[in-house]
Design a protein around this ligand. Structure first.
Ligand SMILES: NC(=O)c1ccc[n+]([C@@H]2O[C@H](COP(=O)([O-])OP(=O)(O)OC[C@H]3O[C@@H](n4cnc5c(N)ncnc54)[C@H](OP(=O)(O)O)[C@@H]3O)[C@@H](O)[C@H]2O)c1
Length: 274
């Protein structure tokens, strides 16, 4: 259990800030059990004011005193920060990494310790407690370690566990996924505007429609095809739209997009290994 433990968040930027907010709001951890670290003192003062967490610009100090160390700097900074923390992180500490493309083996190697590592691929809806996070346990992580990481990300949304080899695919599906849906929403708004609905109202209708459809999938557990068939009246409006969307390849284009993002994630991971 992560309750009564302490966590150091190294690289307390956008993603980590959302997670800090989730942990505090859900009372998973008391603010004093969380230490945020980054270089900007001004940004740390803001985090301290907003969430009441401890702050420091000293990554080593933050990491040394914590049960769990979250690495949340940009992947390009990963090597520098892990070199700094090598010798500080102990075998009994859990490392949770949200750094895209940095493998658990690379983390153990750079930190020069066989500590448990759990990798996470969250997405930006974590900011509004509607995130989707894929977790993967590294070679030294136990089910109990995975459960501790799960508790952190559950405070900002849905969590699933995958083998580490599938994290690039999760990056392509859910990590980058909000972007595809923003494009869908934008296009639906334009469709509404084209057919005479004022833009501000079209925006509300489009976003709520996506939100509501997603909620129905999650809450009923029904296959999306069944939900689609249920609202497709013979000779009605929806079937006419379906025919156009199928003939223009809506499904194939989304599948191709996820394949392209996954392939790019794999390429970037290889670059970071060099
Ligand atoms: N955004 C997403 O949708 C998303 C999704 C999944 C995964 N991720 C992963 O989350 C990580 C962070 O992304 P982000 O969007 O939150 O980026 P971000 O806002 O730039 O956060 C990274 C933070 O690291 C800090 N930092 C840089 N160098 C540092 C150092 N030497 N020591 C301590 N802190 C340092 C920066 O603050 P200072 O300049 O003040 O040091 C910055 O606030 C990335 O690895 C990314 O792959 C992001």
């Amino acid at each position: 259990m992560i309750k009564n433990q302490t966590i150091a968040v190294i690289g307390a930027g956008h993603m980590a800030g959302a997670l800090i907010g989730g942990m505090v709001r859900s009372k998973l951890l008391a603010p004093k059990s969380i230490t945020a670290s980054r270089r900007s003192s001004e940004a740390l003062a803001e985090l301290q004011k907003k969430w009441g967490v401890r702050t420091t610009v000293d990554n080593r100090k933050a990491a040394a005193e914590a049960d769990v160390v979250m690495l949340a700097v940009k992947p390009q900074m990963a090597r520098k920060v892990m070199e700094e923390l090598a010798g500080t992180i102990r075998r009994d500490q859990l490392v949770i990494s949200v750094m895209a493309g940095v493998t658990s083996a690379a983390i153990n190697k750079a930190l020069r310790v066989d500590c448990p590592v759990v990798r996470a691929m969250p997405n930006t809806p974590c900011l509004v407690d509607a995130g989707a996070t894929a977790l993967a346990a590294g070679a030294h992580a136990t089910d109990a370690d995975l459960a501790r990481a799960e508790a952190v990300f559950k405070s900002v949304g849905l969590v699933v566990a995958l083998p580490e080899s599938a994290l690039d695919a999760a990056t392509g599906l859910s990590g980058s996924g909000p972007v595809y849906i923003y494009m869908v929403i934008e296009a639906m708004i334009d469709g509404g505007v084209k057919m005479g609905i004022p833009r501000a109202i079209a925006a509300k209708l489009a976003a709520q429609t996506v939100y509501g459809a997603a909620k129905l999938v999650l809450e009923t557990g029904k296959h999306p095809a069944i939900l689609k068939d249920e609202v497709t009246t013979p000779g009605g409006t929806a079937i006419n739209a379906i025919h156009v969307l199928e003939s223009r390849g809506l499904r194939s284009v989304l599948i191709d997009g996820i394949v392209a993002a996954t392939n790019r994630s794999q390429e970037l991971s290889k670059l970071l290994e060099q």
